[in-house]
Design a protein around this ligand. Structure first.
Ligand SMILES: *Cc1c(COP(=O)(O)O)cnc(C)c1O
Length: 421
């Protein structure tokens, strides 16, 4: 594979951008290589600056459920640009998107639009604290909720692979109110509630997807729902990945459990910088200007991003078969890995493999995955034209553009993997 141009761009990027990237996991550090610089993408395919073609299973880390450069989205976005890029005043389209979110997500009665998943989660946590008047929060080891200070504790993905337990620059005081529980371990949650009475919120990825994919054990989410209700603690589902991916109504609908608040990102912006937090109206009414919990944004509800979001949700809503197709293709890949003797976890179109014999159900079992084997696996896939995340703790994202041809190519590559097990 010729990487001449990517190498050249990477060298220059490192001069002007720390590590040459604007988000750490892009840097290929944990597969000890250099990142490919991407020129364009279409459907299920992504093309680098050297014109290498790959079937893309990163899908921009989740947003591209409809594949890349969908004509139906590009056209409305282009047209909307002609009206101006931002106004800093309300638009009718913001309400249209908010209404669509409320109709889609079971717990959503009101919505606030923001620009990133990090911002959505940070704001939802502040809101939960403002609403309850309590200070502490519970999060799970290996769940990632963006990079706000209080949540950078055992935070998964980039932080797992870089072996940075915590970020520097986060004062102790910011994390002392963050209590850590073990994913899928009800006892660890009970213990925290028993020893603390000041818990404003419990936040969880309803399907963990930032330490590899780990499904919730049967009744785990139901258990969280009940214990939060009993303790007047706000239950927040961080559905930045699962929202509109597991089903149109997200994990809340998929598992039939209603949180009090939900955070959305990735798919909801259709590839543009847009995210949201939403939930019970009595809680959302605490947000300024109605209530005293302050949260604002110059580009919040940006008209171009909102347009891309509306169009994406419309397509998903009007084509519910999409979710069956994603699930079916997910199952095909999962089975091929398993036939090959590779440990795979999957929920719908979220899939990941672990190079460990043991079942992976939480953070400590996930980090047993062998990184050297992952590295070998990653480069064999890449050499065969399959682009997966350059980290063992990220999900593989399947899009509706992954058709039989792309799935077949992937299946055949997996079947021919060498020296992996
Ligand atoms: C990606 C992600 C975030 C952060 O979203 P950004 O838009 O990257 O800030 C938060 N929570 C989860 C579950 C995520 O996967």
């Amino acid at each position: 594979m010729n990487n001449t141009k990517s190498e050249k761009y990477f060298e220059k990027a490192q001069k002007y951008i720390p590590g040459g990237v604007n988000s750490p996991v892009r840097a290929f550090r944990c597969v000890t290589g250099n990142p490919l610089f991407i020129k364009r993408a279409n459907g299920a395919y992504i093309y680098d600056e050297d014109d290498n073609e790959f079937v893309d299973y990163v899908c921009s880390w989740g947003p591209c459920i409809l594949g890349h450069a969908d004509r139906r989205i590009i056209d409305v976005v282009k047209a909307e640009c002609e009206n101006g890029l931002t106004f800093g005043a309300p638009t009718a389209k913001e309400t249209e998107l908010a209404e669509m979110i409320c109709n889609a997500i079971p717990c959503a009665e009101q919505v606030r639009l923001v620009s990133s998943g990090t911002e959505a989660v940070m704001s939802a946590i502040r809101l939960a604290r403002g609403y309850t008047g309590k200070n502490k929060i519970i999060k799970f080891k290996g769940n990632y909720h963006g990079h706000s200070d209080g949540l950078l504790v055992k935070a998964g993905s980039g932080l797992l692979t870089e072996s940075v337990a915590d970020s520097s620059g986060v004062p102790e005081g910011y994390v002392k109110n963050t209590l850590l529980a073990d994913y899928n371990d009800e006892k660890s949650v009970e213990r925290i509630f028993k020893n603390n009475d000041d818990i404003a919120a419990l936040i969880v990825e309803p399907v963990a997807a930032n330490m590899g994919v780990i499904p919730p054990k049967k009744s785990f989410l139901r258990f969280l729902r009940d214990i939060c209700a009993k303790n007047n603690t706000i239950l927040i589902f961080d559905e930045v990945i699962t929202g509109f991916r597991l089903s149109y109504g997200g994990a809340g609908e998929y598992y039939g459990v209603m949180p009090d608040l939900v955070t959305l990102g990735k798919i909801v912006g259709g590839g543009m910088p847009l995210a949201a937090y939403a939930g019970r109206a009595d809680i959302m009414q605490c947000v300024a200007p109605v209530g005293n919990v302050y949260q604002a944004g110059t580009l919040s509800g940006n008209p171009i991003a909102v347009t891309a979001g509306i169009q994406t949700l419309k397509i998903l809503r009007e084509n519910p078969d999409i979710y069956n197709k994603l699930d079916k293709n997910g199952a095909v890949l999962e089975n091929v890995y398993k036939e090959k003797g590779i440990n795979a976890n999957r929920v719908g179109s979220l899939l990941s493999v672990f190079f460990t014999e043991d079942e992976v159900t939480d953070y400590s079992s996930a980090v047993k995955s062998d990184q050297n084997t992952f590295r070998k696996y990653f480069y064999q896939m890449l050499e065969n034209g399959i682009y997966i995340a350059p980290s063992p703790f990220e999900a593989m994202f399947i899009s509706v553009c992954h058709e039989e041809k792309e799935i077949e190519k992937t299946v055949s590559t997996i079947r021919h993997l060498k020296g992996i097990i």
